[in-house]
Write a protein that binds this ligand. Structure first.
Ligand SMILES: [Zn+2]
Ligand SMILES: [Zn+2]
Length: 83
């Protein structure tokens, strides 16, 4: 019998530790993967959204994540279409 519990680093839910499972669900595993991917891209000086190198002035706003000009345009357009 092995009732060891693990804490999911994403949602902080405890779940039965099975094998090398690190996250409570596939959803949290995916979130962790995406976070790491975005972090890696930021550290590489790339756009966290599409992974391309920045091609213009950084769109930093209050130290928030910045995107390349292409993605900035994309988000801008999406924001306008929601309104
Ligand atoms: Zn979780
Ligand atoms: Zn981009």
């Amino acid at each position: 019998m092995n009732n060891k519990m693990s804490i999911c680093p994403i949602c902080h839910t405890s779940f039965p530790a099975v094998g090398r499972k690190k996250y409570c669900s596939d959803k949290c595993r995916y979130v962790a993967y995406k976070r790491r991917l975005r972090l890696d891209r930021q550290l590489d000086g790339k756009c966290p959204q599409c992974g391309k190198l920045y091609d213009g002035p950084l769109g930093t706003y209050k130290n928030k994540t910045s995107y390349c000009s292409h993605c900035q345009k994309y988000y801008h357009n999406r924001y306008i279409s929601i309104k």
